[in-house]
Design a binder for this molecule. Structure first.
Ligand code: THU
Length: 302
């Protein structure tokens, strides 16, 4: 039923957009802990009823948020680590941030009114609600400006802002934040990657180790596989962060070469050291689908 309310977007699509946008808002705030937000999608009479019951406003609206954490009026989540810890749910293994309720017909109406894609509108409403859950509001002009700037930063991270994606510097910062999710009980060598697509979308990855050592997946390949499984293959830049200077390993170079032989590779380590090289320099005389074609042409001709 709910799925019908966002024409052109099937359930996995809208759920994916909401998840990605919520993640971007959290990362923009500098939160890398796993958080839980319950998302309710309803219609205009539904949101009107909730609005009336909870805020005594008898009117349909686009999105409502109900924070679990009651922060100091001037504080946001990044300043409130101890309250955040208190909201940690041991069963869910996540910090409970609260609920957001969205009116699906409002997503459509606003997308049409602002002439924006539905995906962008859905991401915007999600980001807006998640910042509310993290203690932001727009009561004063100053608060509104701050919240709007954070929303724009979050949307830029996923290629849905006005600027067409993060700058190199922002991408490096994203790679550093991705390091924090590395699963490295064996090497303790944390690596983070941030992969940028031509449309500005960014996919993050970390290294994921395994007791059977050879099954370890590098940060770069985690990011590439996340992107490709989401339908994104047009990569322009990858930023890789580690404690020491770490260029993509041979396997990762080969995987990057499959989709983006001209990708720029940025590495960062330690105290904001940065280095850069094009993949073509890191993997000269590479083997690619072109080589297979050359071989089959040789067979046909011979
Ligand atoms: N690693 C990466 O994530 N990317 C690379 O390009 C090189 C190595 C990880 C794999 C392993 O978890 C750890 O670094 C030590 O090899």
């Amino acid at each position: 039923m709910i799925i019908e309310w966002i024409p052109g977007l099937s359930f996995p699509d809208w759920a994916d957009i909401v998840q990605t946008a919520a993640d971007a808002a959290l990362l923009t705030e500098g939160i890398t802990e796993t958080c839980s937000v319950t998302v309710w999608l309803t219609d205009n009479p539904g949101i009107r009823q909730i609005n009336k019951k909870t805020r005594s406003v008898d009117k349909a609206t686009d999105v409502l948020s109900f924070p679990v954490l009651h922060l100091h009026p001037k504080a946001t989540l990044k300043h409130s680590r101890s309250r955040m810890r208190a909201a940690y749910d041991d069963h869910l293994n996540a910090v409970m941030l609260g609920d957001m309720v969205m009116s699906a017909p409002m997503v459509n109406r606003q997308a049409a009114a602002f002439k924006r894609p539905i995906a962008r509108e859905l991401a915007y409403m999600t980001v807006h609600a998640v910042f509310h859950l993290m203690g932001y509001d727009h009561h004063t002009r100053e608060d509104k400006r701050e919240m709007r700037a954070m929303e724009e930063k979050a949307l830029n991270r996923i290629g849905l802002g006005e600027s067409g994606g993060p700058s190199d510097e922002e991408l490096l910062a994203l790679a550093r934040s991705a390091m924090r999710r590395a699963y490295t009980p064996y090497s303790h060598f944390n690596v983070g990657a941030a992969l940028k697509c031509a449309d500005g979308r960014v996919y993050l990855g970390c290294n994921i180790e395994n007791a059977s050592y050879g099954l370890t997946n590098c940060a770069e390949r985690t990011a590439v596989f996340k992107a490709v499984s989401d339908g994104a293959t047009d990569f322009t830049v990858i930023a890789v962060a580690a404690d020491a200077e770490a260029w993509p390993c041979g396997a990762c170079r080969q995987v990057l070469n499959e989709f983006a032989p001209r990708i720029r590779v940025l590495v960062t380590w330690g105290d904001n050291h940065v280095n850069e090289a094009p993949l073509s320099e890191l993997l000269p005389h590479s083997f690619s689908s072109g080589s297979l074609m050359d071989a089959s042409e040789g067979l046909n001709n011979g």
